[in-house]
Design a protein around this ligand. Sequence first.
Ligand code: AKB
Length: 317
Amino acid sequence: MSDRILIIGSSGQIGTELVMRLRSIYGNDNVIASDIKDAAPEVMESGPFEVIDGKNRDQVFYVVKKHKITQVYLLAAMLSATAERHVEAGWSLNMRTLSHVLDMGKDKIIKKIYWPSSIAVFGPNTPRILTPQHTIMDPNTVYGISKLSGERWCDYYNQKFGVDVRSIRYPGIISWKADPGGGTTDYAVEIFHKALKEGKYTSFLSENTELPMMYMPDALDATINLMEAPVEQIGIRSSYNVAGVSFTPKKIAEEIKKHIPNFEIDYAPDYRQPIADSWPQSIDDSVAREQWGWRHNYGLEEMTVDMLTNLKIKFGM
Ligand code: AKB
């Protein structure tokens, strides 16, 4: 029997593109998109879609049974900046959905689970340059605490119950199709929109705040390659460090200026600055590279050209 995949959170930044990539691999009818709100038109029109609140175990269970699901990609989450403002809701969404899905793995209802973690699992005492796979983890945000707890649960369910759960610590993801929402790294997408539409941008992070980032095509490759790797190559069941490119608001502005010479940036750091200050500047992803052959393709230059080209088309410029 072919794999039948459910994506919970298919209307978000990553979900929108992951659904389409998975449908191109597994067939449109074998990839069921789901979210609490409608997805992008291309997702809604190319295959099945279900309305699910991932916090509701019965709704998830019903859809898993109805579509004979074998794999779940659980992308629904509240990101760092929003979760700081909605502590209970952030904790509840980020933890409850995961425990429902892990339990379905334990009960052998589904065979494989993908759950994203984040660089937010690291904290102020973590080494910030080339942060190792195994190191001090003392997150001081609701989102980071939920992701670190989730990692421990994933590892536990694998060790105790043999659940095949796989995970990546995403850095900030840059994309042009769907917008991110509620993250600390979102400035790195907004900057492209404002550069094209207004020629100027006020960054909510200070000019020299360096953070790990990744272009969407690399994030999709990482996710799918990890899920398709033979089980014996998966030595980490908490979550893998993966790296793409690290830059500051100043550096990305300089790169954009190469294409839009009059572009101007200024800086007004807000409540998201301390969150960014508690996260790594760069990531050591050698374990993912050794174990399942992870490689990134996009640097800052290629990403900037691709973002500007596609956004211009999208905005009809
Ligand atoms: C956020 O900024 O909250 C996310 C993340 C790094 O996980 N993009």
